[in-house]
Design a protein. Sequence first.
Length: 404
Amino acid sequence: MFEIIKKELERSSIFKDESKLFPDYVPEYLPHRSEQLRALARIFRVLIDRPGSVSQKALLIGPVGTGKTAVSKRFGIEFEKYAKEKGIVIRYVHVNCHKDRRLFLVMRRIASEISPAIPNRGLAPQEMMHVVKQVLDDKDWYALVALDEADYLIRYSEDEALYDLLRITEEYVEDKQRFSFILIMRDTSVLPALDASITSVLMHNIVKFEPYTSEQIHDIIEQRAELAFKEGAVSSEALKLIADIAGVDMGGPGDARYALELLWRAGKYAENESATLVTPDHVRRAKRDIHPSLRMDLVGDLTKHEKLLLLAIARALKRTQRAYVPVGVVEREYRLVCEEWGERPRRHTQVWSYVQNLKKVGIISTRISGPGYRGKTTLISFQDAPTNVIEKYVEEVLRRETGR
């Protein structure tokens, strides 16, 4: 067995560094997003010119895969560096509000980035806010907090998490303003749920991100291909095909993350064949196995049991060959999936919350049963991705995360 594993690990790879294609990687240069970086610099310049005078806020708006997260992270890195040159300490903190779904989890993330000494248990969120503020005061630091998928907190948080976070500075109106915020959302439809004073500030500091064209997608994946693959390992025709599949002007979603995942998976197909070149055929195979709504970052951000439930829904729909399946059928399938993956099934109330979250992120759809069903029950289906694609994709994600 050792020799099998050794042989596979020592096999020549077409990749130089495949992590350069993953969602968490942020390149030093972001093609076609210079204007957005300049806009953020203009908005947050006040933090350099007059530190502590104001709590600044910006709103990044655009569809999935248009560079909002990458621009925010790159800006945070460079802004920290520039502030340091000016003798100012600004700590950039990036919080994924889909992963950290409650105010306590958001504050714990912020606290851990500001100071590991802050206890992450035993404090209420508001208490943790005060502790973080005190640390910033003591060190004379400032925090620039990016709340990614902030619309998730507005729509689905049981508490007023985002409202409480953004109003934190009002409690210290006589002190130096230590917190500023970047909110990252898909659109502005949730803003009316916020206080009018907060909405007014955000609407004056909007940075918009449009879907990428095929030409722009080509520039992005060409850059990443040079970083991720060995020289000459990706054909120009393969890059062109990916750009045409993903570019908004060619009928695609304009989603760079989707394009990068197509490139990564095409590379894996080539590597598995011991090929030295990624070709359009590898891209076509990758497209067959990926749906734009099933990017690795979206599925990866789900909890393990949400992934197991998603797998159960796919199998139940595939097995019954129906457009919708009752939630009871899904729960039975979920228990089987949990047994397969060595997990203890969660109770009905928790499973129901998983269903609601999968609906909220747009992976599944639900409706109430009508004629043909005894009583009323919730029926579950997929929005648009085929069941076999979802089943295969979730299994791959689970195997990658569990090492199975």
